[in-house]
Design a binder for this molecule. Structure first.
Ligand code: BTN
Length: 285
């Protein structure tokens, strides 16, 4: 749904609650006009002992955060910014942000109907740049459409679930490109009237289902689906620690495999950032 028929954020939130709550007892939906960062807020609450399942959406973040200490900037009305907080007990956390990325890309493609409305983009395809960026493909160069920030807060006792916070920023309108080597993308290139409420409605239920599936089965169900969207596969890449090589997909832990002069290296997302060789800077918002 897009344009004037799209549900407002408030209407979407209400119907989302009734879809999600049966699978997540105690689930609540909160929409705030402004906050520093939805991730920061849910992490604050978790540290204060509030660990119930929640969706926190805001129209404006004053201190949005990206991975590796970067800022995430977004303009009200031109982006969808939200965080999901849930207590979760997976056997391990490896690959979670990739599973979220695949699920988000599939849901966004579903929202776009798989058909591009923009004449210069031949085919809607949302690729994943390891570990957690969504890139819009079809018109080269690929440009960043969305980013994911996964954080966890410790449990009160060793046996209790940790509290997971998954923060997602989606550009509806492409933000200004200043300072970036590649301009970012916006969903309205594909769906001109795309509104936050309709997009949230399309992506939240599959994301909540994905978290449950991940808890039970880990990254396995997403491994091949990630490979089908892997933007780095076969590309020369530079790692922020100086290593260079050719990206060779990810293993079952969601770690990036890079063939370097020293052989096949396994790269963990907590350690380094990675960019395709030749890209001078971040493609993020
Ligand atoms: C990245 O690309 O490095 C991750 C960006 C994540 C941005 C989202 S917006 C909602 C949530 N709150 C934040 O402060 N960050 C995430």
């Amino acid at each position: 749904m897009a344009g004037s028929t799209a549900p407002s954020l408030a209407a979407a939130a209400e119907s989302l609650w009734s879809v999600v709550a049966p699978g997540w007892p105690g689930f609540s939906v909160e929409i705030l006009p402004e906050i520093d960062s939805t991730n920061t807020e849910l992490m604050r609450r978790a540290r204060a002992g509030r660990t119930e399942p929640v969706l926190l959406v805001t129209e404006r973040q004053t201190a949005g955060r990206g991975r590796m200490g970067r800022a995430w900037t977004s303009a009200p009305g031109d982006s969808l910014t939200f965080s999901i907080g849930v207590p979760l007990s997976p056997a391990g956390w490896a690959g979670l942000s990739l599973a979220v990325g695949v699920t988000l890309a599939e849901a966004l493609e579903g929202y776009c109907g798989g058909v591009s409305a923009a004449p210069h983009i031949a085919r809607t395809h949302i690729a994943l740049k390891w570990p957690n960026d969504l890139w819009l493909r079809g018109a080269e160069p690929a440009r960043k459409l969305s980013g994911i920030l996964v954080e966890t807060a410790g449990a009160a006792t060793p046996d209790a679930p940790r509290y997971l916070v998954v923060g997602i920023g989606i550009n509806l309108q492409a933000p200004p490109a200043q300072g970036l080597s590649t301009p970012p993308a916006g969903l309205r290139e594909l769906v001109p009237g795309a509104q936050a409420g309709a997009v949230l409605h399309a992506v939240l239920p599959p994301l909540m289902d994905a978290l449950r599936t991940f808890e039970q089965q880990g990254f396995g169900p997403w491994h091949e689906r990630f490979a089908a969207r892997d933007a780095l596969h076969g590309q020369r890449v530079c790692l922020s620690d100086g290593r260079e090589g050719e990206a060779r997909g990810v293993n079952l832990q969601g770690e990036l495999l890079v063939h370097t002069e020293a052989g096949l290296q396994v790269v963990n997302s907590a350690e380094v950032s990675v960019r395709p060789q030749g890209a001078a800077g971040s493609t993020g918002a």
